[in-house]
Design a binder for this molecule. Structure first.
Ligand code: HAM
Length: 455
């Protein structure tokens, strides 16, 4: 002993607001993603993967300079040549950029794209709010009609039902076109201007930059003040009204539950006409799980052609938070079979049994260190195994295996092929099979059919 103490080594934690996702929870994430791929695929959506970094200007122009996202929440930094880059805070502007860049207008329209991936916003972390979070989103580009809005929401409902999402309700509104909104902005400003001093700092700033955003204030005094404000609905053009009515009719027909929320405005500037959100109980303050809407001007604002579009993004972190136990159970992988060599049988023999099980799609773990039977059984239990295969010198000589049930301690010795076949059959009967289909999944189709029968 030299008497000197080694310097304490600082351990490094993940960056604030960014977290590790660990197994077995990642299996539930993967099952949610597999369900999205399966259901979106049925509606003709193909996957797009855009870079995580974009030029900052894309979001400034796309999402809007006056929004919270661009004003205070972007992770932006200069690259080595001094150009400002931003970790994407959302994926709609990148999809619109890719649409223009690759001239995707030349493909059959509407083009249907979906994405799954991390987004970054420099927000104050709290439950359900992270600086790196994940979105599952879908964008339908190239069709202005209300049937697109309707079909997109029907697909979203089908997906959420497949996850057994509790109390599905779409909060729906229209923010009209640019002309209706300009007229409404002027009326709202005129109404609020005499009350400027009663507004909080945020709303005062918004009165100048983006008065519509004041509508979703959470401040009680401001909400009271807004009760007497002019309504956006009174400023809508006849076309916008007809569009909204047609969307509602489709949701009625296909049994998608919704409630019109006249004060719903979204926090991103690119929306026109239909906007929507889905919230979930039990999430606390951050209860918005889905946000979306039509953005008929975004692509031309980014220098592309006039291409109307609509889409949504689901916050996957929050979705996972409300994912019911029944879905989780089915998403988790089946318990592994544990193969233990005993009585001096070489570990390679256990490996060979495990390999045979894996070849029939049975998850198997082999004891890779020679150890006592007691230690092997303890490890099997900690690893969540329900069955252990014991392979001793007698079994090896006779071409047999012993299957032990850990819960009851009952065991049975069988010819090797019979034992392997039995374990494969037992695995088939397990509820956890990867990407589960839920009973609710067929619901929209059934409702639409029933609806038709009653017409
Ligand atoms: P958004 O409403 O900003 O819309 O985000 C969509 C969802 O992402 C939110 O409802 C929420 O669940 C989740 N989310 C947002 N910020 C965070 C955060 N810091 N932590 C955890 N989850 C979060 C958009 O991003 C639009 N691009 C949606 C869209 C697609 N509109 C048209 N197409």
């Amino acid at each position: 002993m030299s008497g000197e103490r080694a310097p304490a080594v600082r351990s490094i934690a993940s960056v604030k607001g960014m977290r590790d996702l660990l197994p077995p929870e990642t299996a539930v994430w993967a099952a949610v993603e597999a369900t999205a791929r399966r259901i979106f695929g049925r509606y003709g959506y193909g996957e797009i993967r855009t870079p995580i970094l974009e030029e900052t200007e894309l979001f400034v122009r796309g999402v809007g300079e006056a929004t919270d996202i661009v004003g205070k929440e972007m992770f932006s930094f200069p690259d080595k040549k001094g150009k400002s880059l931003t970790l994407r805070p959302e994926n709609t502007a990148p999809v619109a950029r890719a649409f223009v860049e690759h001239n995707l207008r030349e493909r059959a329209l509407p083009l249907k794209l979906f994405y799954i991936g991390p987004q970054f916003r420099y927000e104050r972390p709290q439950r359900g709010r992270y600086r790196q979070f994940y979105q599952i989103g879908a964008e339908l580009l190239g069709d202005p009609g209300p049937a697109c809005d309707g079909e997109l929401l029907v697909m979203l409902a089908c997906f959420l039902r497949a996850l057994e999402f509790p109390q599905l309700l779409v909060l729906l509104n229209t923010v009209g076109d640019e002309a209706s909104r300009a007229a409404y902005r002027a009326a709202l400003r005129a109404y609020l201007a005499p009350h400027r001093n009663e507004l909080g700092e945020d709303s005062r700033r918004r009165l100048d930059t983006n008065p519509l955003r004041i509508l979703d204030t959470k401040v009680p005094a401001e909400r009271e003040l807004l009760a007497g404000a002019p309504a956006l609905a009174d400023f809508l053009s006849a076309e916008c009204r007809a569009h909204f009515a047609a969307v509602c009719a489709i949701l009625d027909r296909f049994g998608v539950p919704y409630r019109v929320e006249p004060r719903l405005v979204r926090g991103l500037d690119y929306y026109t006409r239909t906007v929507f959100e889905i919230t979930a109980g039990g999430l606390g303050a951050q209860d918005a799980v889905v946000g979306g809407g039509r953005y008929d001007r975004l692509i031309s604002d980014l220098g592309g052609p006039e291409v109307p579009a609509i889409g949504f993004a689901i916050g996957q972190d929050r979705l996972l938070d409300v994912c019911p136990e029944s879905f989780r159970r089915r998403a988790l992988p089946p318990p592994p079979v544990f193969v233990a060599p005993v009585g001096g049988v070489p570990v390679e023999e256990a490996l060979a049994v495990a390999e045979e099980l894996r070849a029939s799609d049975v998850p198997a773990l082999a004891e890779l260190q020679p150890s006592s039977l007691k230690a092997a059984l303890r490890r099997a239990d900690r690893l969540g195994a329900r069955r252990v295969v014991l392979l001793g010198p007698d079994e090896l000589a006779a071409g047999e295996l012993t299957i032990k049930d850990l819960a009851s301690a009952a065991q049975e010795r069988l010819p090797r092929s019979e034992a392997l076949a039995r374990l494969a059959r037992e695995k088939e009967a397990e509820p956890g099979r990867g990407a589960p289909a839920a009973p609710g999944e067929q619901e929209t189709a059934r409702l639409a059919r029933d609806d038709k029968e009653t017409v």
